[in-house]
Design a protein around this ligand. Structure first.
Ligand SMILES: NC(=O)c1ccc[n+]([C@@H]2O[C@H](COP(=O)([O-])OP(=O)(O)OC[C@H]3O[C@@H](n4cnc5c(N)ncnc54)[C@H](O)[C@@H]3O)[C@@H](O)[C@H]2O)c1
Length: 283
């Protein structure tokens, strides 16, 4: 695309031709050449992986170098991919039982992992943090890559400073196995960093139907889980006090909503040797 037909060049002035050549050199060296991030996707045939493949292919400063999947992938493992592909950053959307080993392999082989797969244990996260630091590498783990959902959590933490009562309602499709959602738990945790009790002034309660008040999480925040076809992933955080109700709500319409966050994460971690847990840390 940077090569112009000689007759086209001949019609342009010397100054115009020089500009075009300089621009082309700039693009070749800085955009199309040395600054491209080589990205591999692990779990490339899965629901999230397919979206990541599309998003990386569209990103101007990224090159998709490997599609890895145990089920019909271009490569069946990261090790196999590394024989032929250059990988700076590996995005992992696989399954809980693979994620820790995948991340260890990446960090020990000069690859920076961006981890979307949920289910890492606390001690595994600590070990990955240690390994990232001792290898002077980069690793980013985000339980939620949706920028809107992350902003909702950040705003909920801020609002928690001003309201003494709050509850969370999370609404998901009816194939979701776990309840409450990881996002709801993380939201409650972040709010509890701002305040230690969100049940101010509530009278003693009796549940005539068990579970009517939802599950109680950090700082007395009640979480209510709805499971229903039609929803993908939604959440409301409701704050109240005498005379006002303040509601924060986020709805995921499809899996594309996670891709802006995934691209932010790839760009960030490729430029930083850091361990990052949670997209909110870099937003
Ligand atoms: N962080 C987020 O924002 C976010 C959003 C949605 C889903 N998730 C998580 O992402 C994960 C994947 O979700 P999904 O809906 O795409 O699942 P999925 O089942 O559709 O896809 C998983 C893919 O990974 C492949 N796979 C499994 N183990 C592998 C391994 N060891 N090596 C290579 N490929 C392997 C499978 O063959 C499959 O194609 C889940 O843990 C889910 O909870 C996270």
């Amino acid at each position: 695309m940077y090569i112009f037909e000689s007759c086209t060049l001949a019609r342009l002035s010397f100054r115009q031709t020089s500009c075009i050549l300089l621009f082309s050199m700039y693009n070749i060296f800085y955009t199309g050449g040395f600054s491209m991030i080589n990205v591999a996707v692990c779990g490339a045939n899965g629901k999230m992986g397919k979206e990541v493949v599309k998003a990386v292919c569209k990103a101007e400063n990224m090159k998709l170098t490997a599609k890895i999947d145990i089920s019909g992938g271009e490569f069946s493992s990261i090790k196999e991919a590394l024989n032929t592909a250059e990988i700076d950053v590996l995005v992992d959307f696989t399954q809980p039982k693979s994620i820790y080993e995948n991340a260890l392999f990446c960090l020990n082989n000069g690859i920076k992992p961006v981890i979307g797969t949920t289910g890492l244990k606390d001690e595994e996260i600590c070990e990955l943090e240690q390994l990232t630091k001792s290898n002077n590498s980069g690793c980013l783990i985000a339980p939620n890559f949706s920028t809107g959902a992350v902003l909702m959590m950040m705003f909920a933490k801020k609002a928690a400073e001003y309201f003494d009562n709050a509850e969370i309602i999370e609404l998901h499709h009816n194939q979701k196995k776990d309840a409450p959602s990881g996002t709801a738990i993380k939201t409650a945790l972040m709010m509890s960093e701002a305040k230690s009790n969100f049940m101010a002034g509530n009278c003693p309660e009796i549940e005539t139907i068990k579970g009517a008040r939802g599950g109680e999480a950090y700082a007395g925040i009640h979480i209510h889980s709805v499971r229903m076809p039609g929803y993908i992933a939604s959440q409301e955080v409701i704050f109240g006090e005498e005379g006002q109700i303040f509601t924060l709500r986020h709805d995921s319409m499809n899996r594309e909503c996670y891709m802006k966050g995934v691209l932010i994460a790839i760009n960030y971690i490729s430029a930083h040797n850091e361990f990052v847990y949670g997209l909110e840390k870099i937003m």
